[in-house]
Design a protein around this ligand. Structure first.
Ligand code: NAP
Length: 333
C-alpha cells in the first residue's frame, strides 16, 4: 500500500514509528506491506518514489539534512506525482475553516485515494461534504483517531454493534479538563492552581482555551454526532460550557453526596452538549486524571462504556493503524 503522511508532529511521528515497529506483524497477519512515499511538514517534504527508509528518518534529528528532503515542497504540489493508495492527514486542527487539512483531504479523495485522518478541523466544518465526496469517488474516509485518541469508538460501533440503534452517548473527551477537575477534587486546589500543574506536566497548552472552554470536547462531540448518529451538525449547534467557573466549593458540596463534577459531552434527542455535570462517584463515567470515556446506550446491547487514553502520539497511531488495516482488508476482499 502506497501511503503519504501529511503532518509529522506528535501523531505523524507516532504513525511512522508504528509502521516501522509493526512491519513484520502487518505482513504476517494481514499481508500488508506499507511503502511510505512522502512525509510532509509545513516546511517541506521527504519524498522517495521507491519508499522512504523509516529507520534513517526516525533516527534523524534534523529532517532538512536528510537526502530525501525537499525544502518548501507542499503536499498539494506533489500529490499528482506520487502513486498513492492512501493519505494519512495529521496536520493541526483548525475548527474555523478546517484548513489546511480540508484541502488535503479533498484533493486526496479527488485523486482516488483513501484517507485516514485524526484531524478534527475538516470533520467539524465539513463532515457531510467530505463523506459525500468520498462516497461519490468510491474512496474510504476513516477518522477513528479524531475522537478519543486510542479509544476505538467508531470501529466499535461499525464492527461489533451492527444492527444496534444507538439511543444516546455521553462521555469525557478532553484529558486536560478531566485532569484539572480531578486535581481540584482530590488535591482540593483552585482551578488556576490545577491548570498550572497541568501545564507543568505537559497536559495543558500555554493557551489552554480550547481545552478548558470546551471547544476541543465540543469538536469531538460534533464528529460523533455526525459519524455515529447521522446528524449534520457544526460547532454552533453545541451548547458549550467550559470548566473555568467550577469552584472548589461546588466540588466539595458534590462530594458530600457522593458525586463528582465532570466535564460531560452528551448527545441525546438531537441535542449536543458539553458542560460540567454532577456524576455519581460510582458511575463508569467517573474516570480520573487524563483518561477519556465514552458510554453508549443502545437498544440491544444496552449500555457499553469504553475507557482509555484520549491523546498521545502512539495511542492515536493505534487508531490510525486500525483504520489503515481495515481499509486494506476492505480493498483486498
Ligand atoms: N496529539 C494527540 O494526542 C492527538 C490526538 C488525537 C488527534 N490529534 C489530532 O491530530 C493532528 C496532529 O496532531 P499533532 O499533535 O501531531 O500536531 P503537531 O505536533 O502540531 O504536528 C502537526 C504537524 O503538521 C505539520 N503541518 C502544519 N501545516 C502543514 C501543512 N500545510 N502541510 C503539511 N504539514 C503541515 C506541522 O509541520 P511543522 O513541524 O513544520 O510545524 C507538524 O509536523 C491534529 O489535528 C490533532 O488535533 C492529536
Amino acid at each position: 500500500m502506497n501511503i503519504a503522511l501529511v503532518g509529522y508532529g506528535s501523531v505523524g511521528k507516532g504513525v511512522a514509528q508504528v509502521f516501522l515497529n509493526k512491519r513484520d506483524l502487518l505482513k504476517q497477519n494481514f499481508e500488508l506491506s506499507i511503502s511510505l512515499k512522502g512525509i510532509f511538514s509545513s516546511k517541506g517534504a521527504l519524498i522517495d518514489p521507491n519508499g522512504l527508509n523509516l529507520e534513517s528518518i526516525l533516527g534523524s534529528k534534523d529532517l532538512t539534512v536528510h537526502p530525501s528532503w525537499h525544502q518548501e515542497l507542499s503536499f498539494l504540489e506533489t500529490i499528482d506525482d506520487l502513486d498513492l493508495d492512501l493519505v494519512i492527514e495529521v496536520t493541526p486542527t483548525n475548527i474555523k475553516d478546517g484548513e489546511p487539512g480540508k484541502s488535503h483531504i479533498i484533493s486526496s479523495i479527488k485523486k482516488g485515494c483513501d484517507v485516514v485522518t485524526a484531524n478534527k478541523g475538516p470533520l467539524v466544518v465539513a463532515f457531510n461534504e467530505l463523506s459525500q465526496l468520498a462516497q461519490k469517488n468510491e474512496s474510504i474516509l476513516r477518522y477513528e483517531g479524531s475522537v478519543g485518541g486510542g479509544i476505538p469508538v467508531f470501529n466499535l460501533v461499525r464492527e461489533t454493534l451492527q444492527g444496534n440503534s444507538i439511543h444516546s452517548l455521553s462521555g469525557i473527551l478532553n484529558g486536560t479538563s478531566n485532569f484539572i477537575l480531578t486535581q481540584m477534587t482530590y488535591e482540593r486546589t483552585s482551578f488556576e492552581s490545577a491548570l498550572k500543574t497541568a501545564q507543568e506536566l505537559g497536559y495543558a497548552e500555554a493557551d489552554p482555551t480550547a481545552d478548558v472552554e470546551g471547544f476541543d470536547a465540543a469538536s469531538k462531540t460534533v464528529i460523533l454526532a455526525n459519524g455515529l448518529f447521522g446528524m449534520n451538525k457544526g460547532i454552533d449547534d453545541v451548547y458549550i460550557q467550559g470548566i473555568t467557573k467550577v469552584t472548589p466549593e461546588a466540588i466539595e458540596l458534590a462530594k458530600t453526596d457522593n458525586f463528582v463534577i465532570k466535564h460531560i459531552c452528551s448527545i441525546e434527542d438531537g441535542q449536543i452538549e458539553v458542560a460540567p455535570r454532577l456524576i455519581q462517584k460510582t458511575s463508569p463515567l467517573a474516570v480520573d486524571g487524563t483518561l477519556n470515556v465514552v458510554s453508549l446506550k443502545t437498544d440491544l446491547a444496552k449500555e457499553i462504556t469504553i475507557i482509555g487514553r484520549g491523546a498521545g502520539g502512539e495511542e492515536t497511531a493505534s487508531a490510525i493503524l486500525s483504520d489503515v488495516v481495515d481499509i486494506h482488508l476492505t480493498r483486498v476482499s
